[in-house]
Design a protein around this ligand. Sequence first.
Ligand code: C6P
Length: 408
Amino acid sequence: MKLDVVEVRKDFPILEREARPGVRVTYLDSTATSQKPVQVIQAMDDFYRKSNANIHRGVHTLAEESTALYEGARERIAKFINAESARQVIYTRNTTESINLVAYSWARANLKQGDLVILTEMEHHSNLVPWHMLQAERGIELDFIPVTEDGLLDLEVYKSQLNRRPKLVSFTHMSNVLGTINPAAEIIRLAHEVGAVTLVDGAQSVPHLTVDVQALGADFYAFSAHKMCGPTGIGALYGKQDLLESMPPFLGGGDMIREVKLRSFRPNSLPHKFEAGTPAIAEAVGFGAAVDYLSAIGMDKIAAHEHEITEYALERLEEIPGVKLFGPSADKKGGVAAFTLEDIHPHDVAQILDQDGIAVRAGHHCAQPLHEKFGIPATSRASFYLYSTKEEVDFLVNGIYKVKEMFS
Ligand code: C6P
């Protein structure tokens, strides 16, 4: 059975609002952050109304309830990505912090001057800058899997790069600009053949695809709740147990310790070793509610719906003279359509679309090197999720014709 988008939209109160009187909101910016269903909003509201207390610290009823909700959410998030155990799912603030955790803890303990880290040319800044920082500090070397004209990773070049025996291969599962879904299992398998550790940026894949970290064989996998119907302020890092066990703590403070003396400490066991201080408890509850929500609908259904919308959007956008789309065809990508329109600045495009309540993002989308590769400073980007409709694509297309008219 297909996803019933009319029913799904009823779960998202924000989609009913108007951008201004008489102008409905057409939200085409889910790659930046998704909208939140009432089930998630309600779970967080319930938490504050009924169960709020700090976790792991009290024996009173509220503290026990709060701890159970926080840990229960972790169990369901672990199941959602098919992690072996909830102990291997560390709560972080977002994908960015998850990647930084690996860069600070695993990489600083394991990489030395001259060690090679392979990234790709389509990375978001959050999977570039932490490695630039380590390069400056440690003298590690960086190399990049090239992106082809049609927005795919050049795996032949990757295979030759592997001859240089990288210590780490870190790449995005799905590009936030091109939409490209990278062959993660193959990239990981090839990396493991030369003994490299792998880190996958799953910010755009976990919200939209069925992700099975065990089937992929990923050593680390990073993602954010806010892009998958959950709240801002929380994300997760999955890691293989032996790697996580061997890593030093990232931040020091309460909760991440087993014992503290004046001059020393012993770290806590997983996952608490990496969760210093009072965490985002209500957000964890919301994160759990988000995976429950997505699971109840079914990730396969969500992916199929997004594919249908994306295929339709690419077809319609291609018809518009002056529109240049970036990225591969719909069968190789998720729900992202980044484009330029003649030589009209993407910010102007986005601003004019906004007059009709259409929300798209304009800029380099935190992937400046990728835009440079394509010789452009910026793109306009429409992105889709389980609540997107073909009618919204039609609004976008009409809006783009209006922009063209204004500039002609
Ligand atoms: N991309 C976009 O509009 P955070 O901000 O930590 O939740 O996610 C960072 C991140 C990492 N990797 C990829 C592939 C991403 O797309 C993002 C976030 C948003 O494209 C905001 S810049």
